[in-house]
Write a protein that binds this ligand. Structure first.
Ligand code: NAP
Length: 287
């Protein structure tokens, strides 16, 4: 940090807890590699202090912040404007400060879409997609896929009411068809031959690396692209099983990388140094 100057622009992440975040290492390595005069720190912001923390972005002239658990929804009323897709998703993970005007974005789902394009060469237009889980990550990914032109989004969730809610959001804001299916053999049998299947549940995530979303392994087809939003481990049991069945697979690391890259580009106006960021993320996950 010896390069800090009087002009250094400050960025950070607000969360509670926040110590586990890979973002400071990823962004600081990216700034260093491009010689940009920015620094990025983690700030433990408790829920009762969120409004004052957001105001400090303006008061201290910070360039922006990432927002993580548990503040992604609660932060929205404190901002000056919200990007339309973040508004639909109902959550913000990135704030940009332009001369005291704070704009909220959600780069999670966009990060997934970009990872799909860059890593698999898959275009979203006309795609049929099934999402397992209907929590925050599913909402970001489902809405961005729908806005990018996906044809149909099949939703499976343990609590079907949450899947219905997400289906209504998708139907209300895009041309995509949204279909809630029961998470049963009969539901999974209805999935088409050409499909992007996405696990957005935490099943398979460290330390529960032996777990896999129920029933799915019996219905995997080798024509499917199977993506896991879980990035630790890089190869979940779902992805290993899908590979063994001949499916193409995509790990959650790409989404993590590109959500950060999009935020980096919003703050700095420079293309993100993806190789540097990817290497740091892999090293952090291995640790
Ligand atoms: P969340 O809001 O808590 O949602 C979790 C979802 O998984 C809910 O729909 C929940 O179902 C379902 N679920 C949880 N445990 C389950 C189980 N045992 N059986 C069946 N369903 C279960 O969490 P989130 O923020 O969406 O995150 C989900 C996963 O995505 C996490 O593993 C997270 O690490 C990953 N993620 C990755 C990235 C990335 O950049 N790659 C970004 C964000 C999140 P109910 O509604 O029935 O409770």
């Amino acid at each position: 940090m010896s390069g800090i100057t009087g002009k250094t622009q400050v960025l950070g992440i607000f969360g509670s807890p926040v110590e586990h975040s890979f973002s400071p290492a990823m962004h600081n390595a990216a700034f260093a590699s491009l010689g940009l005069d920015f620094l990025y720190a983690a700030f433990h912001v408790r829920p009762e202090n969120l409004d004052r923390a957001v105001d400090s972005i303006r008061v201290l002239g910070m360039r922006g912040v990432n927002i993580t658990i548990p503040h992604k929804q609660a932060v929205m009323p404190w901002l000056d404007s919200i990007h339309p897709s973040a508004q639909i998703i109902g959550a913000v993970n990135t704030i940009v400060n332009d001369d005291g005007q704070l704009t909220g974005y959600n780069t999670d789902g966009l990060g997934f879409v970009r990872s799909l394009r860059e890593e698999m060469g898959t275009e979203v237009k006309g795609l049929k997609v099934a999402i397992l889980g209907s929590g925050g990550a599913a909402r970001g990914v489902g809405v961005e896929l729908a806005l990018a032109g996906a044809d149909t989004i099949f939703l499976f969730n343990r609590n079907p009411e949450k899947a219905q809610e997400l289906a209504a959001v998708i139907a209300g804001h895009s041309q995509a068809k949204s279909v809630v299916l029961p998470w049963t053999a009969a539901g999974l049998e209805q999935l088409p031959r050409e499909l992007l299947l996405i696990n957005s549940t935490p099943m398979g995530m460290y330390p529960n690396t032996d777990t896999i979303p129920p029933l799915v392994e019996d219905y995997l087809r080798n024509s499917w692209l199977v993506a896991d939003l879980v990035y630790n481990p890089l190869e979940t049991r779902l992805l290993q099983t899908a590979q063994a069945k001949g499916c193409q697979t995509l790990s959650g690391l790409g989404m993590l990388l590109y959500q950060g890259a999009i935020a980096f580009e919003l703050w700095t106006g420079c293309p993100a140094p993806l190789k540097v960021m990817d290497a740091i993320l892999k090293k952090s996950i291995e640790k």
